[in-house]
Write a protein that binds this ligand. Structure first.
Ligand code: ADP
Ligand code: MG
Length: 261
């Protein structure tokens, strides 16, 4: 469904040249939950922006359903880390969620139905009339998720460290929430994080990135049961084994790069 082929991105300007991504090739199947994990500054946001059509790759290409991405494609939404900046404070929760549907010209009745379903999916059916600033950080991020899934042609969800700015307890709740939303909607989810534990807990597959100039270090299938919860899954010996493997690979990639420079 999603194919990233030989993607390379060099930022060039203001006398500073950064080769953020050297070469990334990756495919994601329809309905898959894939986590991309890598150290801070390794180009994760750059990669997501290229996939979302917000940034043009220096070379290589991104294909969605076989079509080359050249601008924001329909059916694909992004949830960013800064929930505070992604919602409009002067719009009520339901209106925030409805906004992209209005922009897409969806009829009123249908908009109402989709907004209600999305808010229900994230457990916010009682918050339609609230303003974002009346909600906690975790709830605001749930509104952002609702807005991203409120569509009937929507199929791909890109998430850029969406839970990095909330406290640990809220983060655990949001992790479980996104697994539920994924199971419910059948979306294809590409979830970017710097947190190794989070990548193993959430993903069916973990794609590890090294330090810049960035390449894929390894891909790992997460063979943990489909039903996951914070207690059982995280104390599963297999979970520890997988996180150890991811950790070791990323460390190794970092060291190899240091030795080269
Ligand atoms: P990550 O999300 O993994 O932390 P980023 O994709 O944000 O990494 O950044 C990767 C590298 O590219 C960093 O070295 C960063 O400084 C650089 N970079 C990101 N955005 C820009 C930009 N607009 N102009 C120049 N350099 C950038
Ligand atoms: Mg980033």
């Amino acid at each position: 469904m999603l194919a990233i082929d030989g993607l390379r991105k060099v930022y060039d300007g203001h006398g500073r040249r950064v080769e953020a991504i050297a070469d990334i090739t990756l495919t994601v199947e329809d309905g898959e939950f894939v986590c991309i994990v890598g150290p801070s500054g390794c180009g994760k946001t750059t990669l997501l922006r290229c996939i979302a059509g917000l940034l043009r790759p220096t070379s290589g290409e991104v294909l969605l359903d076989g079509k080359r991405v050249t601008g924001p494609p329909p059916g694909l939404a992004v949830v960013f880390q800064e929930y505070g900046r992604s919602l409009f404070p002067w719009l009520r929760v339901a209106d925030n969620v409805e906004l992209p549907l209005r922009a897409a010209g969806v009829a009123r009745e249908k908009r109402r139905r989709l907004v209600a379903a999305a808010l229900e999916a994230v457990g916010l059916d009682d918050a339609h009339g609230a303003y974002p600033w009346q909600l906690s950080g975790g709830m605001q991020q749930r509104v952002a998720i609702a807005r991203a899934i409120a569509s009937d042609e929507q199929r791909v969800l890109l998430m850029d460290e969406p839970f990095a700015a909330v406290d640990a307890q809220t983060r655990a709740d949001l992790e479980d929430l996104i697994r539920r939303v994924w199971a419910l909607t059948g979306f294809t989810v590409l979830f970017v994080t710097h947190d190794i534990d989070e990548s193993v807990y959430l993903g069916q597959r973990v794609v590890m990135l090294g330090s810049p100039p960035t390449q894929v270090v390894e891909e790992l299938a997460v063979d943990l049961p489909l039903d996951r919860d914070q207690l059982t899954t995280r104390s599963d010996p297999r979970f520890a084994e997988l996180r150890g493997r991811v950790y070791a690979q990323i460390q190794k990639a970092k060291l190899e790069k240091l030795e080269k420079t």
